[in-house]
Design a protein around this ligand. Structure first.
Ligand code: DGT
Ligand code: CA
Ligand code: CA
Ligand code: ZN
Length: 581
């Protein structure tokens, strides 16, 4: 069934199209009002009878009928008709900052502009400046906005978004009038890519906070500047929204703007089932008429934990708020899944030194691992096929094994393993002969080349590596790069079953460019009872800091400590290792 937001979006699109087509303002306004009304309804508009809908303030016979139609067909006849009349490319014209429906209509009907390309040529030909209320300054702004829209990127990787959000939060937090500030949205949920950044704050002087926000050095363009909400685009094309809410409502707002939308919908349904209403201002008890009274005092609003508690739930970590069963799992009195945290990680099992393409010596690598409080480090330089990464041939590997073992005497408190990140060749065989692999303490087998293989071939390739008796871990199993390349697309369930059967671990590579396994794979692996290794694939000292992205992804996949190799104590980990030796 369509959600209220979907119905609202349909009304908004209808209003925009009607406006572009020059239909009367009264009708356009009625459509907009209907959209807003549905958006704020607590009941599902699509399951409410049309007879009742038409009596709701903000709706009427015609808009109620449209909702009824949307509920049964998923669209509105009029919407389809108007879409057919307006060139599809006008949508991207309308999306340009500074161009509203009236301007778009004039551009279309008077200048024949139908998309961004024709808009650009019309500007260059000096035609746009001839439209009413179109000074040279406005045209210049539009031109700049087009360039910007073209450079603005899609979703950004978490490794870029999180440091940006952290610096914003810590600097704005230092302002004397700021009471609280936090990032919300998909970033707080730890998704691998982020559409836009959502910041939420409470301040004794909201205007001053907004002024400080829009004046920041990274801001390229201010999209909106108000006392409760401002939006900016950064020079690197990232949109950031900042909202200010009262401190005593911060928890409810943080919960709302953290999402996910699907989780929020479930929580609102739960509230309604208990005679309450949940929105971004708080959790409220319905009055005697079953309505939400204006100015009511919330049952809970100051902290997220209070809101969850008032709904009979323990606080749910943002990484788990995706409507994937978390509400049932966090009911009061149930034992929740104890997902892995950063502090639980005690070993790095995939790392490179200057012997292949790393920047650190064996000793520096060990010292950095010790500084993290780790008890174990596996040194896993590349194998011979990775010639561009200076992969080790058999002779060099033998010398390297000795060098790694010699380091043990200098670092008695660290468990140091001589390993290899051995290539899984395209046919599933490994890049070193078995007798050499048997000399290693630790074997990570990873695919690096032939990543465009057919899914079936990829599955067979990885299965062969999993069945190999000397392999401990399959490194970055698909080889995908976030926003880069799709990588292999093997039948994951077959890999999970084989990994479980053969006692091989799969890697969750923490590097924000990889996150491979990805969150949904982690969840599948967990359900299959497969052990995972959360590694940083360390090449440089700072790569140890990538761990937090791996942890967020692991949490999104509900990975318990008990299925994470890196959470074992040194002895247990070594016992697991030697079972395969
Ligand atoms: P993104 O930015 O695409 O990576 O994803 P989000 O989850 O950050 O989404 P965004 O920025 O559109 O909105 C932030 C949060 O605000 C979202 O996770 C939940 C909440 N929210 C936004 N729009 C709606 C809505 O129409 N209904 C509900 N229930 N929540 C919404
Ligand atoms: Ca967002
Ligand atoms: Ca947003
Ligand atoms: Zn590697």
């Amino acid at each position: 069934m369509p959600t209220n937001s979907e119905v609202a979006a349909a009304f908004e699109e209808l209003a925009v199209l009607a406006e572009i087509l020059g239909q009367n303002t009264f009708k356009v306004n009625a459509l907009r009002r209907a959209g807003r009304t549905v958006e704020s309804m607590t009941a599902d508009a699509c399951s409410t009878p049309v007879e009742q809908l038409k009596d709701i303030d903000g709706l009427g016979a015609s808009t109620a009928a449209k909702i009824g139609e949307f509920a049964s067909t998923g669209t509105m006849t009029e919407l389809e008709e108007l879409r057919a009349q307006v060139p599809a490319g006008l949508k991207e014209v309308l999306a340009i900052q500074g161009i509203g429906p009236k301007t778009a209509r004039a551009m279309w009907t008077e200048l024949g502009i139908v998309d961004l390309a024709s808009l650009k040529s019309a500007i260059d030909a000096g035609k746009v400046a001839t439209l009413p209320r179109m000074g040279a300054k406005t045209v210049a702004n539009i031109k700049e906005a087009i360039a910007f829209a073209e450079s603005a990127r899609g979703r950004i990787r978490i490794g870029e978004a999180l440091p940006l959000a952290e610096s914003l939060v810590s600097e704005l937090e230092a302002l004397p009038h700021v009471e609280r500030i936090a990032y919300a949205g998909s970033l707080r949920r730890g998704k691998e890519t982020i559409g836009d950044l959502d910041l939420l704050a409470s301040s004794r002087d909201p205007a001053a906070l907004m002024n400080a926000f829009v004046a920041r050095a990274e801001v390229a363009r201010v999209l909106g500047h108000g006392d409760t909400k401002s939006s900016v685009l950064t020079k690197t094309g990232v949109q950031i929204d900042l909202r200010v809410v009262p401190l005593d409502r911060f928890g409810a707002a943080l919960m709302y703007f953290t999402g996910s939308k699907e989780h929020n919908i479930r929580m609102r349904e739960r509230a309604i089932a208990q005679g309450m209403r949940l929105n971004e201002y708080g959790l409220f008890r319905e009055d005697a008429k079953g309505e939400l009274a204006e100015g009511a005092t919330p049952v809970a609003a100051a902290t997220e934990a209070q809101v969850y508690a008032a709904l009979g739930l323990d606080w749910i970590a943002p990484t788990m708020r995706e409507d994937r069963g978390e509400i049932d799992a966090f009911l009061h009195g149930t034992t929740h899944p104890a997902v892995v945290t950063l502090a639980d990680i005690k070993a790095e099992l995939h790392s490179h030194t200057t012997a292949s393409d790393g920047t650190m010596s064996i000793d520096e690598l060990v010292e950095r691992a010790a500084a993290r409080g780790f008890h174990t480090i596996a040194v896993t330089d590349h194998s011979k096929s990775q010639f561009q990464a200076n992969g080790l041939d058999e002779q060099r590997l033998r010398a390297h094994i000795k060098a790694v073992h010699d380091a043990r005497a200098r670092h008695p408190n660290m468990q140091i393993w001589a390993g290899s990140e051995v290539d899984i060749l395209s046919d599933g065989s490994l890049d070193y002969p078995d007798d050499l692999l048997a000399e290693l303490d630790w074997v990570v087998a990873s695919p690096h080349a032939a990543l465009k293989q057919e899914p079936r071939a990829a599955t067979e390739r990885l299965l062969k590596a999993i069945r190999h008796p000397l392999v401990h871990v399959i490194g970055h199993p698909t080889g995908r790069l976030v926003n880069g390349r799709p990588g292999l697309e093997p039948a994951m369930s077959e890999l999970f079953a084989a990994a479980k059967e053969h006692g091989v671990a799969l890697e969750l590579n923490s590097h924000h460019m990889r996150l491979d396994l990805r969150d949904s794979h982690v969840r599948g692996a967990v359900e299959a009872g497969v052990l995972l290794a959360i590694d940083c694939d360390v090449h440089r000292p700072e790569d140890f800091d990538e761990l937090r992205y791996g942890i967020l992804t692991a949490q999104r996949g509900w990975l318990p400590k008990s299925l994470c190799l890196n959470c074992m104590d040194a002895k247990a980990l070594d016992a697991w290792r030697t079972r395969r030796r």
